[in-house]
Design a protein around this ligand. Structure first.
Ligand code: ACM
Length: 489
């Protein structure tokens, strides 16, 4: 009797995955993807055919009709009400694979699971073991924040990272689009931002920016993979690129010099300058108008040269601009020191500070996005020998990225106030895709599991065994990654 093939490891770990012991589904010349002929499903079907086609090396046909024909990957949507419900069911048998979800995003999650379940048999054929998977995420916000300001990340590289995010079922791409060293998004009302402040980067490296068309393309590429874009315009600090482009944002009226170092906290806006309010209103209105997602990030971190009252005034003005443009506000944890509207998302990052203000903000209705520096800042070095990266939040080995619990992270912030988990990668030392993925992989997969899988189902030894399968996958994609000594690769 042929041995039932082992079921490949899935990351993040699904809520339920059971091998039925039946014969596997074998991808053949005639395997097709079948979907109902609805506009919102066509993109999903094409994505499924593309991913399967890329794994199998042949083109997979999509058909838009129901049938009970064998040898199909059937995608079914049971209730399309937005993308909020990402739960899905995957049932594979010898004859067919059924993917069922309540939203297009749920179908994308199912497709990714299918891709991770594919294995090559000794005869070269590709198979899906007979399984039943029932799955849903723990958190609705599972993000990656990418600093494209210190070093620019070209659109084609960003798409590779979005593909990786989708592969680990992450659903929010947070782009840190502006900082002291560069401005990376074309903004209609302020053309000088990219004209004068996009060519710089840390260390005098080349800069760059996303045109409005590039940004729309990134948003669409991400959306097709169930990933929403949250743009961040960092104010009222980290603004040297803005004050370099527009001198009317400084008290002297003179533009500041371009900056290519890596200090923080020196640049700032001024609440009493007439240009400041217009800048906040118009820039956030433009960015909101370019963004279909419901959130815009206002930054708010590390403003080291401003009195608390002026800081609060500027955070309130930025927040009002975002809300006036019809979006919800996200900001780094420092904004918790100012009065916040209920529903504002506070992104926790610096674990060295007292927790009381966060508990008070949660009481007042703020939600918390967990990006603790010592677990989720994936630009931190793995150990003292890591060449790239920083170490102000410590070293983060794979186990450190995996073993932490978001719901009890901040004393006094209740579990219900935690909206999700976000990894972050800052690019002071990271100049290209090779550098980025060498820091993200394997740790991004660990953070993805923290965000997706309930704590009762998470176990370091089990994860450590499952992550082994990912190495050959990253190799096939030609990506650099870190061979953590904590794993038997
Ligand atoms: C931050 O790391 N300054 C948010």
């Amino acid at each position: 009797m042929p041995a039932v093939p082992a079921v490949p490891a899935v990351i993040p770990k699904p809520a339920r995955l059971e091998a039925t012991g039946d014969e596997p589904f074998v991808i053949s010349e005639s395997t097709t993807v079948v979907v109902d002929g609805r506009p919102d499903l066509i993109g999903i079907a094409v994505l499924a055919a593309d991913l399967l086609g890329r794994v199998t090396g042949r083109s997979i046909e999509v058909r838009y009709a129901d049938s009970d024909a064998p040898d199909v990957v059937r995608l079914r949507l049971t209730a399309a009400e937005g993308d909020a419900d990402e739960s899905y069911r995957l049932v594979s048998t010898a004859g067919r694979v059924e993917l069922v979800a309540k939203s297009p995003a749920g179908l994308v999650r199912a497709i990714v699971t299918l891709r991770q379940l594919l294995t090559a048999a000794p005869d070269g054929s590709l198979r899906v073991p007979s399984v039943i998977v029932e799955d849903a995420p723990r958190y609705r916000w599972r993000g990656l924040s990418i600093d494209v300001a210190r070093h620019f990340v070209a659109k084609r590289d960003l798409k590779v990272l979005i593909g990786l995010m989708a592969h680990y079922k992450l659903n929010v791409l947070h782009l840190h689009l502006s900082d002291d060293q560069g401005w990376r998004l074309q903004v209609r009302s302020r053309p000088q931002l990219t004209r004068l402040s996009s060519s710089t980067s840390v260390n005098g490296d080349p800069g760059g920016y996303y045109s409005a068309d590039d940004y729309a393309d990134i948003v669409a590429f991400a959306s097709a993979r169930g990933v929403r874009v949250v743009p961040e315009i960092d104010v009222p600090g980290h603004v040297n690129a803005a004050t370099h482009a527009y001198g009317n944002l400084t008290p002297s009226g003179e533009p500041t010099d371009a900056y290519t170092g890596i200090e923080v906290g020196f640049s700032r806006l001024y609440a009493d300058l007439p240009a400041t309010g217009d800048f906040l209103r118009e820039v956030f209105a433009d960015v909101a108008a370019m963004t279909p997602g419901e959130y815009v990030h206002i930054g708010g971190d590390e403003v080291l040269t401003m009195e608390p009252q002026e800081y609060a005034t500027l955070v309130a003005a930025a927040s009002a601009a975002v809300r006036a443009a019809g979006k919800k506000v996200v900001g780094w944890q420092e904004i918790a020191h100012t009065p916040l509207e209920p529903g504002t998302v506070v992104q926790y990052w610096d674990t060295r500070v007292e927790p009381e203000p966060f508990a008070a903000a949660a009481q007042a209705g703020a939600l918390f996005l967990m990006s603790p520096g010592k677990h989720a800042y994936l630009d931190m070095k793995y150990d003292a020998d890591t060449v790239l990266g920083l170490e102000w939040a410590g070293h983060i080995e794979l186990r450190d990225a995996y073993e932490w619990e978001p719901s009890t992270l901040i004393p006094g912030v209740p579990a219900e106030s935690v909206i999700g988990v976000e990894a972050a990668i800052w690019t002071e030392t990271l100049r290209d895709l090779h550098a980025l993925t060498s820091m993200l992989l394997p740790r991004l997969a660990a953070i993805a599991e923290v965000a997706w899988t309930v704590p009762e189902d998470r176990d370091w030894d089990d994860f450590r065994a499952r992550i082994v399968d990912q190495g050959p996958f990253w190799d096939r994609l030609g990506l650099s990654w870190y061979r953590s000594p904590q794993v038997d690769w």
